[in-house]
Design a protein around this ligand. Structure first.
Ligand SMILES: Cc1cc2nc3c(=O)[nH]c(=O)nc-3n(C[C@H](O)[C@H](O)[C@H](O)COP(=O)(O)OP(=O)(O)OC[C@H]3O[C@@H](n4cnc5c(N)ncnc54)[C@H](O)[C@@H]3O)c2cc1C
Ligand code: SF4
Ligand code: SF4
Length: 408
């Protein structure tokens, strides 16, 4: 059957202007998808599985070339063999342009970023992310190399640090990206479960550098948002995994919630619960580069019910005070008044306002949907109190890729 015209895929190509015809990629490709003639090296779209095994060994980067193309009109081998330059990205039908991401993932992402007013550009100095390398039809298989509880034994929630090892499979991620997990089994209608997204909690080199792994921060969901007991499909699957078990993973996803790479950039981070995952990734990236003295301020607002419920509480306390300015907000600490992240933001108003007004500051908000309005209101209040206009600042922050929100 012919592919529908709207089905778009990411066609792997080789840039003939850059390629030095060294044959490395052809030797590397495990399934013989690369061939050549006297003129060009080319990738067969009918064979290439986007495994990315050929990307790192290529000495020039010519192999790291991609175009979104309707499946029905992929560039043929004959066309590629005739090229002197790569063709520009073609205009895609509107219906096709967004179909690369699985539709259920696109829907979840749109919902998670709704509060920032739609898609935002990444920070100008962000590294270029890989996205959509592994699909629902061909997920990557990761092996669990660690799964331990982050929250106290008497805490109301079971939040876990789960390390996934990808072995020889390429799964490059940047801080702030998400991955999709495909739970085993089927839903009530007998259909495979839809993917669930989880933020990457480790920096780009992985939880354990050079071992092709990444960490997640997963909360076991045991009740719905109204408090009715239920067993979350994917979170329980992940939290129950033992070392050596395997997980089906798709993605990575996310081209916007990325950290700046330039020295001197400030990170203003606000999170609750598992919203700490991307903040941990970014903080850990900066911590590992601390000796480079790149400058920039890290300010974190972190909300939870109690100390015991905070993922990464212990490690956070060990970070040097002049490296990161941490502000906890506990809403159920015995004998203390309820405090939410927006209360702490107001208490630190002068510093927050100064940071927000600095063009080198990038704001990240992640956690439960309920936090969005309170945080935005607190930002507006501190700006007003310190001579800045939030209504003018916010559109500029968004447009400059300096305001990123992900809530679920
Ligand atoms: C961009 C993005 C990033 C995410 N990152 C993380 C992460 O780093 N760590 C993490 O644990 N989760 C994260 N999530 C949430 C995750 O994708 C799942 O929604 C969550 O694990 C519940 O899935 P489940 O299959 O266990 O529950 P399901 O079987 O899908 O049932 C979910 C039901 O549980 C309720 N519920 C209760 N608490 C939650 C909760 N915390 N999240 C979602 N639904 C809840 C909902 O009302 C819903 O009815 C993220 C979501 C998005 C959109
Ligand atoms: S991505 Fe994998 S399958 Fe495709 S050409 Fe490169 S090595 Fe071969
Ligand atoms: S490895 Fe890179 S430079 Fe060498 S032939 Fe392949 S694409 Fe060209």
């Amino acid at each position: 059957m012919d592919a529908p015209v709207t089905e778009v895929f990411r066609q792997h190509l080789i840039d003939p202007e850059i390629c030095i015809r060294c044959n490395t990629c052809e030797e590397t490709c495990p399934i013989g998808a690369i061939s050549h003639d006297a003129r060009n090296y080319v990738v067969d779209p009918a064979k290439c599985e986007n495994c990315t095994a050929c990307i790192a060994p290529c000495p020039t980067g010519a192999i790291d070339s991609w175009r979104q193309v309707p499946r029905a009109s992929a560039y043929s081998l004959a066309e590629q063999l005739g090229w002197d330059t790569l063709p520009p990205q073609r205009e895609l039908p509107a219906a096709a342009a967004s179909s690369e991401m699985p539709p259920e993932v696109a829907r979840i992402v749109a919902d998670a970023t709704e509060g920032q007013g739609g898609a935002a550009p990444p920070p100008w100095s962000a590294a270029h992310p890989y996205v959509n390398l592994h699909s629902v039809a061909k997920p990557a298989i990761a092996t669990v190399s660690g799964n331990f509880r982050l929250t106290g034994e008497d805490a109301s929630s079971d939040v876990r640090h789960i390390v996934l090892d990808f072995g020889p499979v390429a799964f490059p991620v940047l801080e702030g990206q998400t991955i999709g997990v495909l739970p085993p089994g089927t839903d009530a209608h007998g259909r495979p479960h839809h993917p669930r997204l989880y933020s990457v909690a480790s920096p780009r080199e992985g939880e354990r550098p050079r071992y092709n792994n990444l960490a997640l921060t997963v909360k076991r969901v045991t009740e719905d948002h109204d408090g009715t007991p239920m067993r979350g499909v994917a979170s329980n699957h992940l939290c129950d995994l033992a070392k050596g078990d395997t997980v089906k993973v798709i993605g990575p996803f996310g081209t916007s919630f990325l950290m700046p790479n330039h020295p001197g950039a400030n990170l203003l981070m606000v999170c609750t619960g598992t919203g700490s995952a991307p903040m941990r990734a970014m903080t850990e990236r900066r911590r590992r580069r601390i000796a480079l003295n790149e400058g920039g301020t890290l300010m974190l607002f972190f909300g939870a019910r109690r100390e015991e419920e905070l993922p990464y509480f212990g490690p956070l306390l060990k970070l040097p005070k002049d490296f990161i300015d941490i502000n906890f907000a506990f809403s159920r600490s015995p004998g203390e008044p309820k405090r939410y992240v927006q209360d702490r933001i107001r208490e630190r108003g002068a510093d927050v306002a100064r940071l927000i007004a600095d063009p080198d500051t990038f704001v990240y908000i992640c956690g439960l949907k309920g936090m969005e309005d309170g945080v935005a209101q607190a930002f507006a209040d501190v700006c007003r109190a310190h001579g800045h206009d939030w209504e003018t600042l916010l559109p500029a922050l968004r447009q400059q890729g300096r305001y990123h929100l992900e809530t679920y």
